[in-house]
Each structure stands twice: as structure tokens, then as C-alpha cells.
Write a protein that binds this ligand. Sequence first.
Ligand code: NAD
Length: 255
Amino acid sequence: TLQGKTAVVTGSNSGIGLGVARELARAGADVVLNSFTDSAEDHALAAEMSTEFGVTVRYIQADMSKADDCRQLIEKAGRCDILINNAGIQHVEPIDSFPVEKWDAIIAINMSSAFHTTAAALPMMRAAGWGRVINIASAHGLTASPFKSAYVAAKHGVVGLTKVTALETAREPITCNAICPGYVATPLVEAQIPDTMEKYGKSREEVVEMLMERQPSKEFATVEQLGGTCVFLCSDAATQMTGTTLSVDGGWTAL
Ligand code: NAD
């Protein structure tokens, strides 16, 4: 059980972040949810999760594209035993026309935010005598696709940061690992399916087949499975796992 631990999950008002936050809460952890918005829905989500799992759940607004916000998220949380660096965005375009603002935003949100939150969280983990840093990278942290330059660069960067964090904490009761999902059924991915069906005049199955070209299982991973992987990394069984990548990709990186 993760009772008494506080987990901070960046980018957790939807998708994988929310799924991971829910599984950590189910395992007994108090949770800090985060995104760049500060809406009534965001705070209601925290209240509902708190009731459902009987743990403390807070929502803290912070923009992961800004260094100060990243560090303040951890300061405001006040305690951070489990840090899940999950916030991420995507933009797909060839390098020679890739917008510079998109490059900067993706590098900041998908990579640099993990550096800033980790820097702020490690002293708290050391003070508490236990810590888990889990970076949600991607199959694109290990392999590449055309037109995803910033995303692939940022995710490879996160895998590198994971290794350095692991080495700097190797003699301490702190571990740092990266999870590398293939395609995951999130609202973001789901929402693209009807559009693509219409655009290409294809059935749902055909569209999923298109998406799944890289994923041999031909099935999406679920946010619950990613949450379960995080809970495992927080368990005693994973104490000697550090600086590594765990692929949850239906065989993508085996191809
Ligand atoms: P999503 O869009 O559902 O969730 C992204 C989350 O990040 C949202 O909560 C969003 O509010 C938040 N976010 C975006 N910009 C932010 C900012 N500036 N500050 C704070 N929060 C911000 O997407 P998802 O699919 O759940 O992706 C989550 C992570 O998983 C990302 O890092 C993504 O790269 C990674 N990932 C996703 C897939 C997939 O197939 N869905 C595959 C591999 C890796």
C-alpha cells in the first residue's frame, strides 16, 4: 500500500496522467493533480477522486512550459514521495517547416519540466528517506517516426535524464525509471478516430489498423495498465530497478 505517500502527477486532468493518478489513489497514495488550467471541473475532479478512494486529492494549477511553475508545483505540494512526469503535447510536421514555437513548447513541456520538477522533488524525497521518480516517456523515446522531431528528441532526452537521475540517487532509497508506452487509448487518441474514419472513408477497425501499424498486438494499451505499471515501480519488488525503461507498447520496440 502507498498509504502516507504523496504522489504528484503532472498533466493529470485527462488521459494517462489521470489514469495513473487514479491507480495511485486506489493503492492508497494522496495525490496532487495538475494542469495549466484552473477550472471548476479541475477541482471537482480532485474532490470526486478523494471521495472515491478515501485519500487526499488536491488540484494545483501550474504550467509545465514554465520553469518556475514546475518548481512551484512541487513546493506547493509540500511533499512529494512519488513524482510522475507525464505532461506532454505533440505536433506533427516536417523539420523544415516545423514551427519554432512548437519546438520550444514541446521541449519545455515534454522534457525540461521533468528536470525542474525532479530538481525540486529530490530534496523532499531525501528528507523523507524514500522516493520514486517515474517519467512517462514513449516508444518514441527509443525509436523514431518522421515528422515528430521535437517529440522524439524530447522523449529521447527524458530517457537520458532518467538515467542521470538514477545514477545521482543510486546509493539512496530513491529510484528513477521511464515508462515507454506505445499507443494508449486516451481521449486524445479516441477523438481522432471518427475524424480519420470520415477523412479516409474507412471503418473504425481499418483506422485502428492504420494506427496500429507499429503496434504488433493491434491493441491499445489502457491508462489503467500504465497506472498499474507505476504502482509496480512504487512497490518493494522494484527497489533494484532504476535508470531503466519499461515498454508498455504491445511489441512496438521488438519489431
Ligand atoms: P492528454 O492530452 O490526454 O494528456 C496530456 C495532459 O497534459 C493533460 O492533462 C493536459 O492538460 C496536460 N498538459 C498539456 N500541456 C500542459 C502544460 N503546459 N502544463 C501542464 N499540463 C499540461 O495526452 P496523453 O495521451 O494522456 O499523454 C500523456 C503523456 O503520455 C504525454 O507525455 C505523452 O507524450 C505520453 N504518451 C502518450 C501516448 C498515447 O498514445 N496517448 C503514447 C506514448 C506516450
